[in-house]
Design a protein around this ligand. Structure first.
Ligand code: AMP
Ligand code: TRP
Length: 333
C-alpha cells in the first residue's frame, strides 16, 4: 500500500538512543521501501517553544539533518527540510488553532509535564505546540506518522482536528486523517539510571542516555554503569514484572538487534547482567558508532547540509503551499 509519511524531530541537541530506536530507525526502514513517499522535518519552530541559544539552534538544525542522513535516510529518496523555511506550517497552525477547542488542549499531558508547576510562566507556544504539529502533518495529506509512544496523544488530537475542520466546513476528506505508526514493542526507551523515567535529552545526567554522538568508550562506560537489579535474568516475560531496568536493557538489546524480546530472553535467561551488558555494549557500539562518526563528518560539510535542506524546503513548499491555498479558499479568504 502507498504510504505518505511525515515525521519531525526537534533540533534541541543531544539526540539519543530513544530518538533512534523510537523514531529515526523506523524512518530509515520507511525510506528504504520504494512504495513510500517520505518527508522528515527538522521542527525548529517547535524548538523555540522553550528558550534556545541562537548559535546552538543554528548548529542543532544542521546536526539533526546530519543525524537523519547518517542514520540512513537518503535525501535523494526522502524530503529533508526545516519547518521554519516553509511558511504554510505557521499559517496552518493559526487557522487550526481557531478550530481547536481549548478543552482539547487542556488534556495534553506533555504540556503539563513540560510546563511543570509554574504554568503561568510557560510560553503560549508551548501550549499550542500540538496544533503546530497537526498543521505539519495535515498540510501534506499524510497517511502515516512514525513516532515514539510519547507522541500518541498529539496524534489523536491531530486526527480530531482534521475531522472537526472537515465537518465545520462541510468538506469531507479534505484534511486526510492520519494513522500513527508506533512500534508495538520498544516504543519507549527508558533512562539507563531509572527504568521508570523516559530516556530524555533534558535529563541532567549524561549517564542516563546514549547520545548518537557518543564515542565507543562512552557507550561501553554508560552500559557498564547502567542500573540493574540483583536477580538473574529470567527466561520468560512475566518474570520481568516490576523489574523496569532489566526490561529496558533487554528491550534495547532486542530492538537494536532486530529480534523479539522472547528470543533475547532465550539467549540470556539464567545469565548475569554482566553477560548482557558486555554483549549490549558491543552491539550498540557497532551500530551507533558508525552513525556517530558519520554525523561528525557531515557536520563539517555545512554547504552540503544547507543544500539538502534548501532543496527539501523547495519541494515541501510546493506541496504545503498548494494545500494552504485550498484551505484558505474553503474558509472564505
Ligand atoms: P523529540 O526529540 O522530542 O522531537 O522526539 C523525536 C522523536 O523521538 C519522537 O518521535 C519521539 O516520540 C521519539 N522519542 C523521544 N524520546 C524517546 C524515548 N525515550 N523512547 C522512544 N522514543 C522517543
Ligand atoms: N512533537 C514531536 C516530538 O516532540 C515532534 C514533531 C513536530 C512531529 N511535528 C511533528 C512528529 C509532526 C511527527 C509529525 O517528538
Amino acid at each position: 500500500m502507498f504510504k505518505k509519511i511525515f515525521s519531525g524531530v526537534q533540533p534541541t541537541g543531544n539526540l539519543h538512543l530513544g530518538n533512534y530506536l523510537g523514531a529515526i530507525k523506523n524512518f530509515v526502514d520507511l525510506n528504504n521501501d520504494s512504495k513510500n513517499d517520505c518527508i522528515f522535518c527538522v521542527v525548529d519552530l517547535h524548538a523555540i517553544t522553550v528558550k534556545q541559544d541562537k548559535d546552538q539552534l543554528t548548529n542543532n538544525i544542521r546536526e539533526t539533518a546530519a543525524t537523519f542522513i547518517a542514520s540512513g535516510i537518503d535525501p535523494s529518496k526522502s524530503i529533508i527540510f526545516s519547518q521554519s523555511k516553509v511558511h504554510a506550517h505557521a499559517e496552518g497552525s493559526w487557522i487550526l488553532s481557531c478550530m481547536a477547542p481549548m478543552g482539547w488542549l487542556n488534556r495534553m499531558t506533555q504540556f503539563k509535564e513540560k510546563a511543570g508547576k509554574d504554568k503561568e510562566r510557560a510560553s503560549v507556544g508551548l501550549y499550542i505546540y500540538p496544533i503546530l504539529m497537526a498543521s505539519d502533518i495535515l498540510l501534506y495529506d499524510t497517511t502515516h506518522v512514525p513516532v515514539g509512544e510519547d507522541q500518541k496523544q498529539h496524534l489523536e488530537l491531530t486526527r480530531d482536528i482534521a475531522q472537526k475542520f472537515n465537518k465545520d466546513f462541510d468538506c469531507e476528506d479534505f484534511l486526510r486523517v492520519p494513522e500513527p505508526l508506533i512500534k508495538k514493542d520498544f516504543s519507549r526507551i527508558m533512562s539507563l539510571k531509572d527504568g521508570l523515567k523516559k530516556m530524555s535529552k533534558s535529563d541532567p545526567s549524561d549517564l542516563s542516555r546514549i547520545n548518537l554522538t557518543d564515542t565507543k568508550d562512552e557507550i561501553i562506560n554508560k552500559i557498564k554503569k547502567a542500573k540493574t537489579d540483583s536477580l538473574p535474568i529470567p527466561n520468560e516475560y512475566q518474570k520481568l514484572k516490576d523489574r523496569s531496568e532489566a526490561k529496558n536493557l533487554l528491550g534495547i538489546y532486542s530492538s537494536i538487534s532486530d529480534q523479539t524480546l522472547d528470543k533475547t530472553l532465550e539467549e540470556f535467561g539464567g545469565k548475569n547482567f554482566s553477560d548482557l551488558k558486555s554483549q549490549l555494549a558491543e552491539v550498540l557500539s557497532s551500530k551507533i558508532f558508525p552513525i556517530s562518526d558519520e554525523i561528525k563528518k557531515l557536520i563539517k560539510d555545512q554547504n552540503y547540509l544547507d543544500k539538502v535542506l534548501a532543496e527539501g524546503a523547495n519541494k515541501a513548499e510546493e506541496m504545503a503551499g498548494k494545500k494552504i491555498k485550498e484551505m484558505k479558499k474553503i474558509i472564505g479568504f
